[in-house]
Design a binder for this molecule. Structure first.
Ligand code: 5RP
Length: 232
């Protein structure tokens, strides 16, 4: 078979990465925290991709055994490509983890999920005693929700329930996230859809309120997790 784009044996992340120099720096920074025997939660997105690459290079150079718990298929494939052995939350817990974010406020509250991996990202972060959040300064915001909607991973049968619940909360700007080709909705790895809801203000209770809506699997709001923000 002749491939138009050669995929086999190549890392999954292709194409340009915004703010690449800054993301490389913060990726380099987190790679210094790796020790032999660490079990590490591996985030998704371009910054996490650069970090996992640097961590894999360091572990290989030092001949260290490092186990990775990836937060997406994409991260898993990249771990395999760069030689990091993977496991899952079924078998292990992270000693620490790293991930990117779309927005970070001054109270370390996060919006994540532009890449659609928010469900697994939250499971891994909730299982980890500490997660380094790797962001360039464009992600630091004065108020959460300034640039990004809050993504909700939703069972598709409950779209109407979620829409009505959000309306009751006074939110009527809600978008069903569409595939880039606009030929249908984005379907997550868990088989759900994503609804992007725009909130003018985000209270500390909002994450729990959203989780209580029937059909909401998880939200991209991360409030009160054990995170340390690494930025350049
Ligand atoms: C994916 C995420 C990413 O961590 C977030 O979108 C940041 O991505 P990037 O590092 O490419 O800017 O939450 O679900």
């Amino acid at each position: 078979m002749k491939w138009k784009n050669k995929l086999a044996g190549q890392p999954i992340w292709e194409g340009p990465i915004s703010f690449r120099d800054k993301k490389e720096k913060v990726a380099e920074h987190v790679s210094r925290f790796v020790r032999d025997g660490d079990i590490i939660g591996i985030g998704s997105g371009s910054t996490s991709f650069l970090a996992l690459k640097k961590i894999a290079e360091r572990a290989a150079g030092e001949r260290w055994n490092v186990l990775a718990i990836p937060t997406s298929k994409e991260a898993e494939m990249n771990c395999n490509y760069y030689g990091l052995t993977t496991t899952s939350l079924l078998n292990a817990r992270p000693d620490w983890g790293f991930d990117g974010a779309d927005e970070v406020d001054s109270h370390n509250r996060l919006i994540k999920g532009r890449g659609g991996a928010l469900f697994a990202e939250k499971l891994v972060m909730a299982s980890s005693p500490k997660t380094y959040i790797l962001v360039d300064e464009s992600k630091l915001v004065g108020h959460l929700g300034e640039k990004f909607a809050v993504p909700l991973e939703v069972d598709s049968r409950s779209i109407h329930i979620v829409e009505a619940a959000l309306k009751d909360m006074g939110i009527d700007q809600v978008d069903l996230r569409m595939a880039v080709a606009k030929d249908g909705p984005v379907i997550t790895e868990a088989g759900n859809v994503i609804m992007d809801a725009w909130f003018p203000t985000i209270s500390n209770n909002l994450e729990k309120e959203l989780s209580a809506i029937p059909g909401v699997i998880e939200s991209g709001l991360f409030i009160g997790y054990s995170v340390e923000i690494l930025t350049v």
